[in-house]
Design a binder for this molecule. Structure first.
Ligand code: IVH
Length: 659
């Protein structure tokens, strides 16, 4: 086979499929075909990195890790938009235009609620993407932007052009991200825009790649060099293969425009992404100069802001919820109201600082909305209805066990520090037996609560001694003999559950299902994991400082060691069998890359090593098996020599990977 040609064929095919799926929203091949082709391409690129094209779709998975973002000066400043909030203000805007010209049309577009980006292509190839920053100077976010699947890295024409648009996170990706964060006890993003902003500022582009950002382009820098109206500009962007929001309309006059805004206001509720208004632009570019600019925004455009759907209702009470890691969260108990199609009777109040900053008090009438149209949140107090309400005081004792709460320096949350707190116990037990963890289906929330209250269940280990109380259980109301037998059988079965589910089930702070998998593949037994040091753990790609610290702290606690020893004695599965057995010298080995490689990028070398079962680490230690040293290698090479670690040059590496 001609591999060079096949790589080109697959690259084009997959890029086209990405375009059809992500840009046009019209898939042309099945997911299965797509995966097969992508796999073939990844394999070929690994074997023949020299044929890999610079616009390969395999680059969309990220991989580059930066120390910081470079500054970028915008050749043409990125301006913002003036706002209008109602029809009267829109009429006034129209009147100001009319003073300059009476022959014009409007181009109305949806205002996407994300963050602005300016992207440069040279000779039709992506070269750089920058944030708006202060409008004059932004930051280079190329690596993260490159991972956006709907953004092509080559255009349909070999031109030099700078385009601008909005990066956003679709609702679906936002919900998935917050679900994962909830699982890992990480703070949730309040709305999709914050999530998109947080993602685009990730230094590790692999993180950005996983979060499924999307983009709509709406502007060409120096557009009049290419076309003469905004409508043509949007058509031109599309013809280049760029993603343009389909919801734009040419409006001949103010009446048509107002009508269109109403249509958009209905439409936006059905969309999979956030919009906060309509951007109204004078369509004809030759009028722009005459209408002019202020220092901050063009006078030939404005943003009509939609009213966010919110309701005022009475705050009946503030209650407190305790999570499995002991965080105590204040919750607003509301007189029920309908917002964006659903009944809301509880809303988050986040933490003490949030409540105090907004001076929220029980008995107040509060404005509630859905953050990102999803999570109900108290926005502010309607002070005109304030009477004698008493200021909020954060509780200082746990609502469940009544032990003192603790607020750590620099954190907004209060924790119950009592490890014996039943609130935590119940939540831990529920988490342990849940479907995503040990999957003991007959041990649901209600059963856990009942058995806990009756004193049968206190810690996780007690689950496995329930069988000693079979007769007692059978005497309980609501516990028929059959039910008890099924429960005990399910508990026995769970002893064979996979090791990663057990680790996840233990409820170690910041260790979600995915992190648990990563941990067990690096430490395939409980003994190995228990002995892992902070330094060992942060060597693993997916494990950051916070997670590493949390794991080490967990295993330092005597009660956790006792728990694990008990679970081990009851016969729970505490080891992980890797399913992939790779017959290669690099399998299971740790390799450090240093210096400049001739034939591979760092990413390519890493991908090859990982494919062969090896692990790439960033620093040399006693545990390093090989150092792959390119030209100009510095201190890492020296350290390898000092420690007697085997050093490979590129030639030897090539021989080894092929052999
Ligand atoms: S045009 C010179 N069109 O809204 C004005 N902006 O509040 C250039 N935005 O900074 C902007 N959707 O981030 C334009 N269809 C759209 C937009 C849009 C969202 C954002 C953009 C801008 C902000 C101004």
């Amino acid at each position: 086979m001609n591999y060079k040609q096949r790589i080109k064929e697959l690259t084009d095919l997959i890029n086209q499929a990405n375009y059809d799926y992500h840009t046009l929203d019209q898939p042309t091949i099945t997911d299965y075909e797509y995966d097969q082709r992508l796999k073939e391409l990844v394999d070929l690129e690994t074997k023949y990195p020299e044929y890999k094209l610079d616009y390969s779709p395999t680059d969309k998975v990220g991989g580059v890790v930066l120390d910081s973002f470079e500054k970028v000066t915008h050749q043409v400043p990125m301006m913002s938009l003036s706002n209008v909030f109602n029809t009267d203000e829109l009429i006034a805007f129209d009147e100001r235009i009319r003073k300059v010209t009476d022959s014009y049309t409007y181009l109305s577009e949806l205002k996407i609620d994300g963050l602005a980006v300016s992207i440069r292509y040279e000779q039709g190839k992506f070269v750089r993407a920058a944030t708006r920053g202060n409008g004059q100077i932004g930051e280079d976010i190329s690596e993260n932007v490159k991972t956006i699947k709907s953004l092509p890295l080559t255009l349909n024409q070999d031109i030099d052009i700078e385009v601008r648009g909005e990066i956003f996170m679709p609702h679906k990706s936002f919900n998935k991200l917050n679900e994962e964060r909830m699982e890992q006890d990480l703070p949730l993003f309040a709305n999709p825009r914050n999530a998109a902003a947080g993602t685009i500022r990730q230094l590790d582009s692999k993180v950005a790649a996983k979060r499924n950002l999307d983009i709509f382009l709406y502007q060409i820098v120096n557009a009049e060099d290419y076309v003469s109206t905004q409508q043509e500009a949007l058509e031109f962007l599309k013809s280049l293969g760029l993603k343009v929001n389909p919801n734009y309309k040419l409006n001949q006059n103010l009446d048509e425009l107002i009508n269109q805004i109403n249509i958009y206001d209905d439409l936006r509720k059905t969309l999979n992404y956030e919009t906060d208004g309509v951007v109204i632009k004078i369509n004809e570019f030759d009028l722009h100069e005459n209408i002019g600019y202020t220092a901050k925004y063009p006078k030939w455009a404005t943003a009509y802001k939609f009213k966010a759907e919110q309701q005022t209702t009475k705050l009946k009470d503030i209650t407190f919820q305790i999570g499995r890691t002991g965080v105590v969260t204040p919750v607003a108990e509301l007189e029920p109201v309908f917002i964006s199609g659903s009944k809301v009777s509880r809303a988050t109040l986040h933490n003490e600082d949030y409540i105090k900053a907004k001076d929220i008090r029980v008995g107040d009438y509060v404005v509630v909305h859905k953050a990102g149209e999803i999570i109900p949140e108290v926005v502010e107090v309607d002070m005109s209805q304030r009477k004698e309400q008493t200021p909020f005081e954060m509780i200082d004792h746990c609502p469940v066990c009544h032990e003192p709460l603790e607020r750590k320096d620099g954190e907004a949350d209060y924790y119950c520090t009592n490890d014996q707190c039943p609130g935590k116990h119940i939540n831990r037990l529920i988490h342990f037996s849940s479907r995503v963890a040990m999957d003991i289906d007959t041990l649901g929330e209600k059963v856990v609560e009942t058995l806990h209250d009756l004193g049968f269940l206190n810690t996780i280990a007690d689950i496995y001694t329930l069988k000693n109380h079979e007769n007692d259980l059978k005497g309980l109301p609501g516990f028929a003999d059959k039910k008890v037998e099924k429960l005990l059988a399910a508990i026995e079965d769970s002893k064979n559950q996979s090791f990663d589910k057990l680790i996840f089930g233990l409820g170690i702070k910041h260790v979600g299902a995915k992190v648990a998998k990563v941990l067990v593949s690096n430490y395939p037994s409980m003994d190995a994991l228990r002995q892992a040091t902070y330094e060992d753990l942060i060597e693993i790609n997916e494990i950051g400082e916070m997670i590493a610290q949390s794991i080490v702290s967990y295993f330092e606690k005597p009660e956790h060691i006792e728990l694990i020893d008990r679970l081990s004695a009851y016969g729970l599965n505490m080891s992980y069998e890797s399913t992939k057995v790779i017959d290669h010298e690099f399998n299971g080995k740790t390799i450090v890359l240093t210096g400049k490689l001739e034939n591979y990028t760092r990413d390519e070398a890493q991908a090859i090593i990982e494919k062969l079962g090896g692990k790439v680490s960033s620093s040399v230690s006693k545990k390093t098996d090989f150092v792959l040293a390119g030209s100009d290698a510095g201190s890492k090479l020296q350290k390898a020599k000092d420690l007697g670690v085997q050093v490979l040059d590129e030639e030897t590496f090539k021989v080894k990977i092929n052999g």
